[in-house]
Design a protein around this ligand. Structure first.
Ligand code: ADP
Ligand code: MG
Length: 357
């Protein structure tokens, strides 16, 4: 198992005058709306626990107002939790002195926002240098690191231009380069691509994925766009009304949504792009087959049985299920059978996901 980069433990955040009293009301069963009506306080996060592994992209996904930005900001100490703990690399941010916290923010944690937040009077390379200046890096090294970062985002040729001369997509690349130049081990991105048109957004997502292949950082990425979450997320945390509803891989979310709120996000999503044969294994049928007789197990492993590769995409799989009354065996690369898929199990899992097929 990989190491945990960020750990949130029972984190709550109430915006308002008396967070402790508000939390007590919440614990006594007051809803978020009732709390706001009686105290004017907002429970932005309600008892969220989440472990983010080192070296992957974790997407915080939810509707506007669900607490995503607040959660993200607890990770770099911009928001102090009203209750609970936030550990980065095992260290509790609450225990840090202001100066230590600033150091962590400047060196170890980078942040990219939706609004490009570029300095209008500085050219591109000086904008990229900005974070390094704050971190106290000397000029020659600043320029070198900034130009490497600009190359990474494909903007090297534009180093001398000013923000107003750039398109939205280019400005967002500058924002990304500025964060990358600091070489943070943890990158926080808040709706970083949401202001871009769909084509540019996709381009930036792919850029992020390719950067991630070269250098595996831990990225926590806030988005309200489920397609974006499914495309870039190794894991997705679904937020609703300040609570964490489900935290799982994209495929696990699609094949097994925890409740109606999670399901609702997948309406209209083209499942066939994400689900694979292993996600449709009928675990009950497979277990029964294995238990009922050694002969059935032997049959499941028989080379003669129709089979699919574990990673076969849904699009390849579905036509075959209509052809066979018998189950399909799902085999891994070594030829071992991982389980069986029946038409009934496939339909059950797909209808549960609430997704379009
Ligand atoms: N500084 C603040 N003061 C008061 N309420 C806030 C503040 N920041 C956020 N909120 C409230 O907390 C809730 C969660 O907000 P936010 O974390 O920004 O959600 P999201 O990023 O998912 O849209 C919202 O109801 C929002 O109005
Ligand atoms: Mg937000």
């Amino acid at each position: 198992m990989s190491a945990i980069k960020v750990s949130l433990r029972n984190v709550s955040k109430v915006y308002g005058d008396n967070p402790a009293a508000s939390l007590a009301l919440l614990r006594n069963g007051a809803g978020r709306d009732a709390l706001f009506a009686s105290t004017g306080s907002t429970a932005a996060l309600d008892d969220v626990s989440l472990d983010i592994p080192d070296g992957g992209i974790c997407v915080l996904m939810g509707l506007s107002g669900s607490g995503k930005s607040t959660l993200l900001r607890t990770i770099n100490g911009l928001v102090a939790p009203s209750a609970g703990q936030v550990l980065v690399d095992g260290v509790d941010l609450a225990g840090m002195k202001q100066k230590q916290l600033q150091q962590v923010r400047r060196g170890g944690i980078g942040m990219v926002f939706q609004s490009f937040a570029l300095l209008a009077h500085r050219n591109v390379i000086d904008n990229v240098c900005f974070g390094l200046e704050i971190a106290g890096v000397k000029r020659s090294e600043r320029l070198q690191r900034a130009s490497t970062a600009l190359e990474q985002v494909g903007l090297h040729a534009h180093a001398q231009q000013f923000p107003h001369q750039l398109s939205g997509g280019m400005r967002q690349r500058v924002g990304l380069a500025r964060a990358l130049a600091v070489q943070p081990s943890l990158l926080l991105m808040d709706e970083a691509f949401s202001a871009l048109d769909p084509l540019k957004r996709r381009e930036m997502q792919d850029l992020l994925l390719s950067l991630q292949r070269e250098q595996r950082r831990t990225i926590v990425f806030v988005s309200h766009d489920i397609e974006e979450a499914l495309h870039i997320g190794d894991r997705i945390a679904i937020m609703h009304g300040g609570r964490l509803l489900q935290y799982a891989t994209p495929r696990a979310l699609l094949s097994n949504p925890a409740d109606e709120h999670v399901r609702a996000f997948f309406q209209g999503v083209d499942t066939s792009r994400y689900l694979q044969a292993t996600d449709l294994i009928d675990h009950e049928a497979s277990a029964t087959a294995a238990a009922s007789s050694p002969a059935t197990t032997a049959q499941a492993n028989s080379p003669a049985l129709a089979h699919v590769a574990a990673h076969a995409p849904l699009a390849e799989l579905l036509p075959r299920l209509t052809d066979f009354r018998a189950p399909l065996a799902v085999r891994d690369a070594s030829g071992a059978t991982l389980g069986l898929i029946t038409a009934a199990s496939a339909l059950r899992i797909l209808s549960r996901s609430g997704a379009r097929i």
